[in-house]
Write a protein that binds this ligand. Structure first.
Ligand code: FMN
Length: 191
């Protein structure tokens, strides 16, 4: 499903975080096309404060080894069946995007850059959704672990802000209820 088929509103309200994928591969071309569109995210000073490490295809095998070592440190004690089972949360997505942002020493710029990268991530999620590809922004604790940073070639002064898993899925999760506009707004000047 490569043609744009959803309105912006449909994509925004219809997208769900997909946490159970079905193992179908994601095409690198689709991934690149999504990223090429997503970079039109707003960002202050046109700093484009992001770089992305992607995995989809043969490089996934090496990534699984890294994720296994970090997320299941005692994996050697598991039976191969149990390990395979525990690894499903990593092996069933068809692609990964790790978003890396600079950590500006100035607080204002750092917040702006994180905000801009979050816009990029949401663009990616919505554009992927439009292609029938689900995703979930994940922030596992190992994103800041030196072994992971080394493997991702993260430089001092940079931070990985997301492990975005992408892929195809069989079940659409139900959306969790959101507060309405009336519940979250106050009108300026009214008490
Ligand atoms: C900054 C951020 C971090 C998140 N981290 C995780 C995570 O570590 N694990 C996870 O299962 N979901 C994570 N999520 C996804 C949320 O669980 C999900 O967006 C939320 O449940 C709302 O569901 P929806 O996206 O389907 O509307 C994260 C989302 C954001 C924006």
């Amino acid at each position: 499903m490569n043609e744009q088929s959803l309105s912006v509103r449909e994509a925004v309200i219809g997208r769900r975080s997909i946490k159970v994928f079905n193992g179908q591969p994601v095409d690198r071309e689709d991934l690149l096309s999504i990223i090429n569109d997503a970079v039109w995210a707003p960002n202050h000073g046109n700093r484009e404060p992001w770089r992305l490490v992607v995995a989809c295809g043969p490089e996934l095998e090496k990534l699984y080894d890294l994720l296994r070592d970090l997320a299941i440190p005692r994996w050697k004690e598991l039976s191969s069946e149990e390990l395979k089972n525990q690894m499903k949360k990593f092996t069933l997505p068809g692609a990964y995007i790790f978003v890396i942002v600079p950590e500006d020493a100035r607080q204002k710029e750092r917040l702006e850059d994180y905000g801009a990268a979050a816009c990029l991530l949401q663009n990616i999620q919505l554009l992927a959704w439009d292609k029938g590809i689900g995703s979930c922004w994940k922030t596992p604790g190992f994103l800041d672990v030196p072994k992971f940073r080394e493997a991702m070639k993260v430089a001092p002064g940079e931070r990985v802000i997301s492990m975005l898993q992408l892929g195809y899925f069989d079940e659409l999760p139900k959306g969790k209820e959101r507060k309405t506009a009336e519940e979250i707004i106050t009108v300026f000047g009214e008490s």
